[in-house]
Write a protein that binds this ligand. Structure first.
Ligand SMILES: Cc1cc2nc3c(=O)[nH]c(=O)nc-3n(C[C@H](O)[C@H](O)[C@H](O)COP(=O)(O)OP(=O)(O)OC[C@H]3O[C@@H](n4cnc5c(N)ncnc54)[C@H](O)[C@@H]3O)c2cc1C
Length: 438
């Protein structure tokens, strides 16, 4: 590490929270290091479109170094934070090759986000990828495309059926968006491309524990979403928990008594049913002597600092504060707030700290072509109007002008022709790629 006299700000995580905290410090006399386990800032809200071949992974992500290239006080480090020593003010991280290095800090901002939760059943991961990272999206894409290809290569309807059955666990925004997109992929993009199968026969099961999809939305909006899902052919099963996932089927158990257990033969199970804190959060909480909530989030004070640690903040999905939802706006505003607090504190440590006030600009969810929901304060939009608003919001927050233009072009082409061009799949590393079918 470089020796320096300026205050050192270490930001763990280059998602929305971390990036906005770093940017808020661009004019400050501090040295900022963004420690990120991947090389890119990923726009998670469009991961499901990447998974279903609508947009490329490059158009929903931007290299962090590129995003921060003009911010001369900012450094980017590739590594995964593993431990923190609050006494010594040092974070230890794993490098890409597994070796470790240390980062000394005066201010620490943790914006490491959440990961998919399998609720104690991590054995499901191998069969049911989640939807939180670029790796997840590309794995899901591979599973989807391979399933249609497998079905085409089989000779009987019975053999094909499990390959043409897709189960999505979780009826929140990501599950709903993913289920709708799989039906669109099957009925529009792939419609004329196969000779033995009719991709439109793809059965998409949406498995959800609640009594309605999108429970975080107003009841009327979630009813509108359900209607659209029915219209596009998604088969929704409410009030059920997924209780087993294998490589060949998925089991659900009804929440209501008497318990009904159902098994569906399927080769593709996708998991969007819940999130939990990333592993670093646990070590952080232990080292700082603070509690985590049931999902592993860390409770913060009104200025978003960790209780008893005025120089450590948690922002974004990982923070637990006033029941704020895990959405991009909360992370962006939180990151910005903490960045400006540090800017003030680094020049005047006696300055009083302002409490974080969240301005709710609402939430949105895509259902299918021409249908989306937007809920902002008293405003409720669904159908076409919601869809247009959804598009404007997402383009506005996508990082990089090139990504915005590229995504708009892709959307327009898909809208006009139904085609999806981002369907390339890879087999993995060169060794597996050489013998992919073993
Ligand atoms: C599929 C999907 C769809 C979504 N749709 C919407 C939507 O439509 N609207 C909306 O507002 N929100 C949406 N969200 C939520 C939104 O993306 C999150 O609220 C937001 O990304 C949170 O930002 P964050 O900075 O807290 O965490 P993240 O964006 O998750 O960033 C955390 C970063 O920390 C890195 N990291 C993790 N652990 C470590 C470590 N130990 N060391 C170093 N780096 C680490 C990760 O690699 C990641 O880059 C969606 C999320 C998903 C997954």
């Amino acid at each position: 590490m470089t020796t320096q006299s300026r205050p050192r700000v270490l930001i763990v995580g280059g998602g929305f929270g971390g990036l906005y905290a770093a940017r808020a410090l661009r004019r400050s006399d501090v040295d900022v290091t963004v420690l990120e386990r991947g090389t890119s800032h990923v726009f998670q809200p469009l991961l499901y479109q990447c998974a279903t071949g609508l947009v490329s992974e490059g158009s929903i992500s931007s290299p962090l170094r590129h995003l921060l290239r003009r911010q001369k006080n900012a450094h980017v480090a590739l590594g995964e934070a593993t431990t923190v020593d609050p006494g010594a003010r040092v974070v230890t991280a794993s490098r890409f090759d597994g070796s470790t290095y240390e980062f000394a800090y005066d201010y620490l901002v943790v914006a490491a986000g959440m990961q998919q939760s399998y609720h104690g059943h991590d054995e499901y991961i191998q069969h049911a990828p989640g939807m939180k990272t670029l790796d997840d999206a590309l794995t899901v894409r591979r599973k989807l495309i391979a399933a249609f290809e497998m079905a085409e290569a089989l000779s009987t309807a019975e053999e094909r059926r499990p390959w043409l059955t897709f189960a999505v666990a979780g009826g929140g925004p990501t599950g709903v968006e993913l289920a709708g997109q799989i039906r669109e992929l099957a009925t529009r993009a792939l419609a004329d491309e196969f000779r033995s199968i009719d991709p439109g026969e793809a059965r998409v099961l949406l498995l959800h524990g609640d009594d309605r999809v999108l429970p975080s939305f107003d009841r009327k909006l979630s009813a509108a979403a359900q209607k659209t899902l029915d219209t596009v052919g998604v088969e929704t099963h409410l009030g059920v928990h997924v209780t087993d996932v294998t490589g060949t089927d998925v089991e659900t158990t009804s929440k209501a008594e008497p318990k009904t257990v159902t098994r569906y033969d399927t080769r593709t199970v996708l998991w969007t049913a819940g999130v939990e804190a990333v592993p670093f959060a646990r070590q952080l909480a232990e080292a700082l002597g603070v509690e985590q909530d049931r999902s592993g989030r860390i409770a913060v004070e009104s200025d978003l600092s960790v209780p008893g640690h005025r120089n450590v903040w948690v922002v974004g999905d990982l923070m637990s504060y006033q029941d704020l939802a895990g959405v991009a706006e909360v992370a962006m505003q939180g990151g910005r707030h903490v960045g400006s607090l540090i800017a003030t504190d680094s020049s005047d440590p006696t300055a009083s700290r302002q409490a974080f006030r969240y301005r709710d600009f609402g939430t949105a969810a895509y259902i299918s072509r021409g249908h989306a929901l937007v809920q902002a304060g008293p405003l409720r939009m669904s159908g076409f109007l919601g869809w247009v608003s959804w598009g404007v919001i997402h383009i506005a927050f996508l990082s990089g002008a090139r990504n915005r233009v590229g995504t708009l072009i892709n959307w327009a082409a898909t809208l006009a022709t139904g085609s999806r061009r981002e369907r390339a799949i890879t087999f993995g590393d060169p060794e597996t790629a050489r013998r992919p079918y073993r």
